[in-house]
Ligand binder design. Sequence first.
Ligand code: HEC
Length: 136
Amino acid sequence: MHKIYGGILLVLIACFALYNTHIYSDKTLFGKVRLSEQAQHGEQLWLRNNCNACHQLYGLGGYLGPDLTNVVATKSPEIIKIFLVSGVRSMPVFSFSEQEKDQLVQFLKEVNETGYYPNKEATIKNTGWVDLHYKK
Ligand code: HEC
């Protein structure tokens, strides 16, 4: 009887080891995002001006302003540039040059290409069930 338990234990340990080797050596989830030079300058501006204190990327950041992960999908570059220098509500007035505005927009464009946030849409049906759709 004890031999069976030993065998089961060994099988479980083997499964555990295989599973772990697989998930920790799977590179597909950690594909590197390479920003263009223009976008890297934009990222520097993003960091230096603390945009993240009020805005979020992928839900991480401050909550005074909206999440900007996919802002370029809903707002044109022209509108975004106007937001950057006009100080709407609690957003400060920044004095970016035209080049800096382009760099920030390019950064946001390349962020947008990395995925969606939120990546799912939930609708409650009148039966009470929830329909979940994942964006890919
Ligand atoms: C002190 C807080 C604060 C900081 C810092 C800040 N913002 Fe904002 N931002 C806001 C708020 C609040 C809004 C929403 C204004 C509105 O819709 O009336 C906003 C709106 C925006 C919008 C338009 C988003 C949309 O969907 O309407 C963009 C783009 C934007 N900010 C980019 C930036 C960038 C880039 C920086 C850094 C250079 C930055 N913001 C720094 C508070 C901030």
